[in-house]
Design a binder for this molecule. Structure first.
Ligand code: HEC
Length: 148
């Protein structure tokens, strides 16, 4: 009896794992979780800028950069995340991803003082880059969510 219950339990666990890893629904769930994480990470950066917390920005941009590279660094993967009727927009979506990566780089270069600029210039440029990142999120979402 115990054996039977145990093996039924195992079968359920195995089936659930199989479904969540392989079905279309599983793919969407992953995308949703990835996007929610991206959003949390972007909020951490925003918090850093608003509080003028340089160390906070430095730590959060590092985490964000890594996740952006994983999630949005591959053109094929971006095409796959678009709804079926939006596949023709994939180069525009890729453009949004590139804008994000580009502006992440601007913030990281400012932190490293790559171009030997004043603190004030670096601060302003990275604050502006932050807003461009957010704008690029909207850009891709508009492509994805536009009903027309
Ligand atoms: C290349 C396109 C693309 C870019 C760039 C992009 N997203 Fe998304 N995002 C999607 C898609 C596709 C979905 C899922 C469909 C939907 O929610 O409309 C999504 C959904 C989301 C969701 C909703 C998740 C849920 O709970 O359903 C959040 C939050 C989100 N994205 C945050 C962000 C943030 C923050 C950025 C910018 C740092 C960003 N996204 C950039 C394509 C993109």
């Amino acid at each position: 009896m115990i054996k039977k219950i145990l093996s039924t339990g195992l079968l359920i666990v195995a089936t659930t794992t199989f479904i969540s890893n392989t079905s279309v629904m599983g793919a969407d769930t992953n995308l949703k979780a990835d996007m929610q994480l991206l959003n949390t990470q972007l909020r951490d950066i925003q918090q850093g800028f608003i509080s003028s917390d340089k160390d906070g920005v430095e730590a959060s941009i590092k985490t964000f950069a890594k996740h952006v590279q994983e999630l949005l660094g591959n053109e094929k993967r971006i095409a796959e995340m678009l709804p079926k009727d939006k596949k023709t927009k994939s180069s525009e979506a890729v453009m949004s991803a590139k804008i994000i990566a580009h502006n992440v780089q601007i913030i990281q270069d400012a932190i490293d003082n790559k171009f030997n600029q004043s603190e004030r210039i670096r601060r302003e440029e990275s604050q502006r880059a932050y807003t461009y990142i957010e704008h690029a999120c909207f850009r891709c979402h508009n492509i994805v969510r536009d009903v027309k």
